[in-house]
Design a protein around this ligand. Sequence first.
Ligand code: GLY
Length: 443
Amino acid sequence: MMLNVLLIGNGAREHAVAEAIARSSRRPKLFSYMKTNNPGIASLSEEIAIGGYGDLAAISKFARACHIDFAVIGPEEPLNNGVADALREAGVPSVGPTKNLARLETSKSFTRHLLEKYRIPGNPEFKTFSSLNGIGEFLDELDGIVIKPDGLTGGKGVMVQGDHFQRREEAMDCCRTILEEYGNVIIEERMEGEEFSLQCLCDGKTVIATPPVQDHKRRFAGDRGPNTGGMGSYSCEDHTLPFLRPEDIVDGLTITRRVAEAIYRETGEYYKGVMYGGFMVTRSGVKLLEYNARFGDPEAMNILPLLKTDFVDLCGAIIDGTLDRINVEFEKKAAVCKYIVPKGYGLPGEHSDSASLSSRIEVGDVGAARLYYSSVDRRENGLYMTMSRALGVVGIADRLTEAERIAESAVAAIKGPVDHRPDIGTEELVKKRIQHMQDIRGR
Ligand code: GLY
């Protein structure tokens, strides 16, 4: 039977999704709707359409015209705009939750209150506010403070005491600014530990974890500099991370299973898509930082190339609610993703090398590494970067050190005003993570 699949999204994460779809033994035809043309996705697609993620009519029209059987929605923006709802009205089911269920990512307060109401462990101390009333008193109760807007911020809106502000008065100023922009602010106790991403597949009833990954948000090696969308990530051949205990992954999965059950009880709707928990292992166990309603970017590039199960079958099972009948398997390999970014990426004006933001890059021999296109424009005379992350370079091998070496030597073959984090996936960085966790657990 002919199968037509619609992919929505234009980043490196969606390039990895496109590749997983194209690998399917069902030989589906891929149709892609993108905000900007991603040459990697376009090369795997039968047909593409370029348009905004808020243009629900254009997306539905494209889906109807292409006789789409199901859609995979990559980024948070179309989920937040209700693309899954619009496609459902057009008779097209999606891997990706409806707008109501995507609140798991788009409203931090919805998720915190869901965990609280259904007595699911993992919440830190928190309170939400829609005015400055009571904020001062709550700040006084906390040893360390985290302030978050209650909305989508591209992973960059979280303000942490010690990093983004120091004193209580500055915290009040941050809250005031966030209240003006977003209307609601969420204040949490600051936690200490190591972060891991657990991307789970969910059909509404069954939740299946994929191998955990560690992302690196800071712009520079040694976790210095401003937060970014993610500079790279690593995952290990044994499907755990060297600083985790086996029970940490079990706890993250158990929290996610209970959240899937709770969100159904709360809304009467089955969540179909990815529930990506950003967790932190702390001295007092696994805590939830946030959920995302999609695959991680870069984390999708760690897990999708290792998927042994047919991705199109998996999507079908998510849509039909039959994930319990599928054996989801991943190759026992390590993967290291390093993002190539323009030198000026993520830096404030005075440090930004703005010339790098629209420069040409040359990609030489990348050996065994895989390349996933992100914000790049293919013109007649070559590949140009735009304002954001340009290319995801992924090394895959039996051991982490080898995967890191493959990624790092591929990075050296990419010429232009580019930058990357050389420390991601290195033995030295992993040792630091292990030591950090030992220090925290030993206290
Ligand atoms: N890796 C962070 C994110 O996808 O939001």
